[in-house]
Write a protein that binds this ligand. Structure first.
Ligand code: NAP
Ligand code: HSE
Length: 441
């Protein structure tokens, strides 16, 4: 059988890695796919750089649209990133009858509904394993391997750059800027690293996981997103003392109404996780995703979430899937979001005030009698139960100290009201630090 023909749009970290892996492993890949997978055309604006990657036998286009609509291309692989022109190129490829493989989580988190609808209409596949957790096959696991389960929650380290930064800062005592430069040099960081640092990249991925876990449309605009820029070394230290590590987690959780509203939590923020959980020990640019299903219990998926070949591993897996399935009846393929398109739920994504979680609070307070009592009274008045308290030993003559409080689960809105009251106390001397804590048991 003739090889299936692929056009690569974007030949940077992931594109060049994909080309390399396809070349190197072509025999194995052909034996798995049932036919060869051949890159017939590539595109990047710097044509000389493209030629340097692919050598002589592959067509190099300077116009990405020429690949999206090329008559000799069966699968378009969008590996350029960003929203436009990527969105137009993907829609044009679908309109030209081509299947699409993409690693572009930003595009799917923002425009997934439009793209999946266009693909369905045309009876085509849009495959996106590389869009979440790079080389870790979490989309496949969630969409197919766990399909028997009612998923209760998904929580993951899904941004390698921030995990690398948090690990190096904690482990080696390096400063933020030095570690960020290293992450960029290693090809982990997005073109604009603030996308990583501010939690946006993780939120794109969490949005996709949320849709597949719960069968709801992609709704990035409803995600609550906090990054790591404001995180302070003192809190990393205090968390350690209390038995926790701080990780930037993407969380999607079902709320059944037993404790607050009915809906889905979709959030990304620095999170205290017990030190003895496997996920707390995932370091460097590694990713890990925990999924809790009612039948299987808790499962963990771990591996490289970024970088050229780990990401290429997922892109090529999608190419093989599309090659195997492209002659199948579209109704017999795995739905893009795991649930049949007509069966997507309208369950709301909850506002952050309705989220239920435990908290870590750090208050810089005057070191005098009654201060702790006043603070615990405010928490009690808001029905917030305390789990642990730690007070830093004051130095000789020091008039203030740090008070660290861990709470049990509470509704965020209640905590917000209590914090406003605590912050107004004259004995609270600086803005209160509030972090969320998850046991992930
Ligand atoms: P990258 O290294 O910046 O590569 C982007 C490529 O696209 C470059 O070859 C660039 O070449 C080309 N490009 C950009 N604009 C173009 C245009 N208008 N027309 C034609 N070519 C264009 O990015 P990357 O890290 O490979 O990421 C690619 C995608 O994979 C993104 O969606 C990213 O989020 C996703 N992803 C990346 C990783 C990772 O570890 N890096 C992991 C998972 C997913 P020219 O500048 O020469 O045009
Ligand atoms: N910038 C992303 C990360 C690349 O650091 O995880 C993989 O999506």
């Amino acid at each position: 059988m003739k090889p299936i023909r692929v056009g690569l749009i974007g030949l940077g970290t992931v594109g060049a890695g994909t080309f390399r892996v396809l070349q190197r492993n072509q025999d194995e890949i052909c034996r798995r796919a049932g036919r060869g997978i051949e890159v017939v055309a590539v595109c990047r604006r710097d044509a000389a750089a493209a030629r340097a990657v692919v050598g002589a036998g592959v067509r190099v286009e300077s116009d990405a649209m020429a690949i999206a609509t090329a008559p000799d291309v069966d699968i378009v692989c969008e590996l350029m990133g960003g929203i436009e022109p990527a969105r137009s190129l993907v829609l044009a490829a679908l309109a030209s009858g081509k299947h699409v493989v993409t690693a572009n989580k930003a595009l799917l988190a923002l425009h997934g509904s439009e793209i999946f609808a266009a693909a369905r209409e045309a009876g085509l596949m849009v495959a996106f394993e590389a869009a979440v957790a790079g080389g870790v096959p979490i989309i496949k696991a969630l969409r197919e391997g766990l399909t028997a389960n009612r998923i209760e929650w998904v929580a993951g380290i899904i941004n390698g750059t921030t995990n690398f930064i948090l690990s190096e800062m904690r482990g080696k005592g390096l400063d933020f800027a030095t570690v960020l430069a290293q992450a960029q040099a290693l090809g982990y960081a997005e073109a604009d690293p603030s996308t990583d640092i501010d939690g946006i990249d993780a939120a794109h991925k969490a949005t996709i996981l949320c849709s597949i876990a719960f069968g709801v449309p992609v709704q990035f605009e409803r995600a609550h997103v906090e990054g790591i820029a404001a995180l302070q070394a003192a809190d990393i230290r205090y968390a350690e003392q209390l038995g926790y590590r701080i990780k930037l987690l993407g969380i999607a959780k079902r709320r059944s109404g037993a404790n607050g509203a009915v809906g889905i939590e979709l959030r990304v923020h620095p999170t205290l996780v017990p030190k003895d959980r496997l996920i707390a020990n995932v370091e460097g640019a590694m990713n890990a995703v925990m999924v809790h299903g009612d039948a299987v219990g808790t499962t963990l998926y771990h591996g490289r979430g970024a970088g050229a070949e780990p990401t290429a591993s997922a892109v090529v897996a999608d190419l093989v899937d599309v090659t195997r399935l492209h002659t199948a009846d579209p109704d017999h393929r795995v739905p893009h979001l795991a649930f049949q398109p007509g069966s997507l739920a309208t369950t709301p994504i909850l506002a952050i005030d309705a989220v239920v979680t435990a908290f870590y609070l750090r208050l810089e307070v005057a070191d005098q009698p009654g201060v702790l009592a006043r603070i615990t009274t405010i928490l009690a008045e808001h029905e917030i139960s305390i789990d642990a308290v730690l007070q830093r030993e004051s130095a000789e003559g020091e008039k203030h100290t740090d008070l660290i409080i861990l709470t049990h689960d509470t509704v965020e809105g209640r905590m917000r009201a209590a914090l406003a009251q605590m912050q107004a106390l004259p004995t609270v001397l600086a803005p209160i630090v509030k972090l969320r804590k998850e046991e992930l048991g």
